[in-house]
Design a protein around this ligand. Sequence first.
Ligand code: BG6
Length: 522
Amino acid sequence: MQPGDGMNTTATFADAAVEEKGAANGNSGVREPVTVVLFGASGDLAKRKVIPAMYDLAQHKSLGPRYAIVGFSRTPMSDESFRKTVEEAAKSISEVGPIDPKKWEEFASNLYYQAGEYGNLEDFKKLAKRLDALSAEKDLGGNRLFYLSTPPEVYPHIVEQLGRAGLAKASSPDAWVRIIIEKPFGRDLASAKELNKIVLSVFDEKQVYRIDHYLGKDTVQNLLVLRFSNGIFEPLWNRNYVDHVQITAAETLGVERRGGFYETAGALRDMIQSHVLQLTSLVAVEPPARFDATAVRNEKLKVLQSARPYDLGMVATAVVRGQYGPGVVDGKPVPGYRQEPGVNPHSRTETFVAMELLIDNWRWAGVPFYLRTGKRLAKRSTEVVIQFKRAPHIVFRERLVEDNRLVLNIQPDEGICVSFGVKKPGTEMGIGNVAMNFSYRQAFGDGTRSAYATLLGDCVRGDATLFDRGDSVEAAWALVDPILDVWSAAKTAAVPIYPAGSWGPRESELLLERSGRRWYNP
Ligand code: BG6
């Protein structure tokens, strides 16, 4: 474990990567106490995801033998009312299953609250005092984890005040200080670079954990396990055998109560730049030499660096956007995006993106990756489809042949399906397409952990493998930036409208049809 040193303006991401080599990996138990400070504690994400994940970790003794969780946000509140608010939220919307009242009571006795302004040094000094007092009272030692779950505009203020209040440095050589930063990390390349600069003027890269909750999902991590723990898939996983790859992250939900935020984001920023490019990196990545933060993240970065940059012409031909209009989802009529609360009635924000991505390296040259995400689509499903090339020479009469596909279902019906052709019973030589299915639920039951619990647990253990490094975040923005630029310059271009409950605009189909391909809808 590395002590958290303070100011460091010169460290590069690569230097940091080398220092991380010794970071803990695996499931070693947590033997040291920790204090977590949760900024944005009264917000939705904190209550729905982060605190329930901490409860889950506490039940598995993965937060440490002793811990304190200090909520910090602007709303004045006592410890007691903070405990009540988060309990209500956890009980109604928690992802971690039913909450046991006795266990919750025990957990809640470790919750505290401190109100303050994110840009106010005095409030951070008060926080520092409170942390010292708690540490003395509960024998918590000096390990501290700061979690930024606020609106992204205040990240720079919090980071700067943590630095000024002396909270970014560990209090002793054997203690650590880490910071988890929620997505979105910036809103384009320039702002991501600026944020990295601010964060790295206060923290070392090895202290920084940029979270993308998709990497905490078991099925996403399984992309690496499937590829690199088996001998049978990897030999086929390249341009010689793969025709193309499809990655779909489809949601049936609309923008819910986040219209205001979504208006400033859109699907390219909200889903493609982060979750979908993470999935792409894991599908395309070269085998890392080891499963550790440095090796895995170095290889993932190379994928983004090999992606062919979008120019004006490619944005026009290889990227499709759309926005949902009124329609029917799960049998119920739903309003269009422009009718959602907080949304401009003339909004041109995209709620759907489909794009062709080319990866210019030896493994993937000439193999298109088709990426697609959207809100209010026909079905909630995140899926990776590896479409294999057809048999090179068809010996059967009537050119009978079937598609070979490997489908990795990331959510919600987690599993893997391989499809291939077999001889249909009977006197005729007929070929039918069949599937071999593996279901996570059937094989392992329902006991999956929330992605947030996995990632928080990793951070407490000092394992950054499943977190994003500063250079990768910038590489992902560098890839989508030209698309954002073209769209923002084309102020009058129409954004195709698709009916809620469909698979997106017709243009998305055309993107594949022009090369004789089609989307495999989940
Ligand atoms: C978030 C996006 O990062 O991911 C949301 O901001 C999206 O718009 C969500 O709905 C999807 O996450 P999941 O885990 O439900 O697929």
